[in-house]
Each structure stands twice: as C-alpha cells, then as structure tokens.
Design a protein around this ligand. Structure first.
Ligand code: SF4
Length: 314
C-alpha cells in the first residue's frame, strides 16, 4: 500500500476524531488500515459505543445505514455510495407489508441485511451470529415471519419449533457456491474442515463441518488444531484468517461457474483511495429521516441488548 496514502488517512483520522470500521469481506488493504474489522453484529456494536465524531464505514450500504441508526448524532460516511447489497434490496416495504397482511399473527424477525425501511417494520433484527438465539428468545408458540435470506431462515428453522414463514431471498455470492466442487475438494483434501456461512445454499451446508457467521468461522479456524480448511463464504475473510493463523491453509470454495461469482463486488467497490477521499471530503454521508431512524433503532437495540445479555458481544 502507498505509505503516503496510509499516513494521510492516519493524520485525518486523528485530526477529525474519525474511526474506520471494515467488514471482513472488504479488500485486505482496507482491513489493514481499519480501526476495527468485524462481522455485522460486531460492527454494529462498535458503532454504538465509539466516541469518534465520524465513522467511515467500509461495508455495504445497509451496514453504514445501521451505524447511522444506532449513532444518529455521528457523521457516518461510506467510501463508495454505490456499495449496495442485492439480498437487502430483495425485500421491499410493500412486499413485507403484503406478507404481514397474509400472516397478521406472526412477529417479524429480519436479518440485518435489510434496508432501514424493513428494519423499521420489524419486531426484532438478527445477524448471522445471533439469528438462532434471537428466534429462540420467543416462546415456541410464537409464529415468525423471517427474511430476507431463505438459507439463513432455513438454518434457524432447524433449531427451533416455531412456525416460520420465510422470505424467498438470497445472497448471490453464497447461493452460487458449488456443492459438486465442494465434494471434489473434500476428496482432494480429506483432512480439510469445511467451514460454511449460513447464507450458503442447502447442499453446501449439508456438507459442512461447521456452519457459522464469519466471526465464528474465524474463531473456529484459529482455535482448531486442524491445519486445512475449506472456506464457504466470501473469500475476503481469508485475509484475516491468514493474519491470525499464518501456518494454516485456507481453500476458498468456488462457485458453480465463473470464479468471480464467489466475490462480493459491492464490498470490493471500496478502495483505500476512496477511504482517503471519504475522510478528506467527508463523503458520502448517510442521511436519514429522523422518524425512520427512531423506528428502525428499536428492533436493532433490542437485538444488541439481548446479545449483550446472552454474552454474544461485550
Ligand atoms: S456477500 Fe452477499 S449478503 Fe453480503 S453484502 Fe455481499 S451480496 Fe450482500
């Protein structure tokens, strides 16, 4: 990385009392300059407790929006405003409203990968780290509307007895992983442990040794005495894995076709240069209606409070 750029970013952070939060799926160079790298739950928590005046959020739009909802008095900047999430965009307010009309006695639990409008309509938000625990917080007789990720929804359903109606959305990155290629990799590397994200498709999940959030995948690989792992999530996470356990081998699971499809292009839209521009020009700021912030904050805060109580975050 250009040391001049790195120095400028460091100086601007000091001068403006800014913090850089980065998701595991962004480019490794950004992970290296970030103050904190984490998954959605950890980053939401960081955003809620930081005393920085500016948060530069290197993650997709709904993540920066979530930081703004939790910390409405802070300036939240996203280095590339076009960094969206097709999964979040798959659920519209009108679509959820229609579903709720069909199932009026169901409570609404939505994945954090959703727009602010959807969060504002939800009773509770969850992340891949805590989705099972969040649904389990309701008694088994409570009926649940879950969205927008169908694979995460089915994964949660396998742990609970609650009746669940699940939105038919998916992450194009995780949905495209190939179970056939995973079978071939397992034959080639019989000692390798398969670590998969719950957004991955069912045939892949059925072949996994561990299913968990990116943080859970990292924790498992770091603490395990095994040496080889097949990673069934966005390969950006391998940057952190290699930094934490340089002696182990990580094999990214390929998609069904076209290798590029295992990469989240939206996360990769951020660059170190764009992070610098974000700090220099204080762009691109996340602006939201105050009423929307208030409504969307409730189910997120409920999730954070429960996660703290359950010891999932500090
Ligand atoms: S990996 Fe999938 S769910 Fe995550 S931001 Fe990219 S498109 Fe959205």
């Amino acid at each position: 990385m250009d040391t001049q750029i790195k120095k400028k970013i460091f100086d601007l952070k000091q001068k403006k009392n800014a913090i850089i939060l980065a998701h595991y799926y962004v480019d490794g160079e950004i992970q290296d300059i970030a103050d904190y790298v984490g998954d959605s739950l950890e980053l939401a928590r960081k955003a809620s407790v930081t005393d920085a005046d500016i948060i530069v959020f290197a993650g997709v739009h709904f993540m920066a929006e979530t930081a703004k909802i939790i910390s409405p008095n802070k300036k939240v900047l996203i280095p590339d405003i076009k960094s969206g999430c097709p999964l979040a965009d798959s659920m519209s307010g009108a679509g959820l409203k229609k579903m709720k009309e069909q199932y009026p006695d169901h409570v609404i639990v939505n994945y954090v990968n959703s727009t602010a409008e959807i969060k504002a309509m939800s009773d509770l938000i969850c992340t891949s780290s805590n989705a099972v625990d969040m649904v389990k917080s309701f008694d088994p007789g409570t009926k649940i509307l879950f969205g927008p990720d169908k694979n995460l929804g089915a994964f949660v359903k396998s742990f609970v007895n609650n009746e669940m109606v699940i939105w038919d959305g998916n992450c194009p990155v995780h949905e495209n992983f190939s179970a056939e290629k995973l079978k071939a990799l397992k034959l080639k590397f019989p000692e390798a442990v398969v670590l998969a994200h719950p957004e991955a498709n069912k045939p892949v999940l059925l072949l996994a040794d561990l299913i968990g959030s990116t943080s859970k995948i990292i924790k498992y690989a770091v603490e395990s005495d095994k040496k080889q792992f097949i990673i069934a999530t966005e390969p950006g996470v391998i940057h952190t894995l290699k930094k934490q356990t340089s002696e182990k081998e990580f094999i990214p699971l390929p998609p069904v076709q076209n290798l590029d499809k295992s990469i989240c292009f939206n996360m990769k839209k951020h660059t170190v240069e764009k992070v610098l521009q974000a700090l220099e020009n204080e762009q691109f700021e996340i602006f939201m209606d105050s009423e929307l912030i208030k409504k969307a904050a409730l189910p997120i805060k409920r999730m954070l409070d429960m996660s703290i109580k359950l010891g999932l975050i500090k």
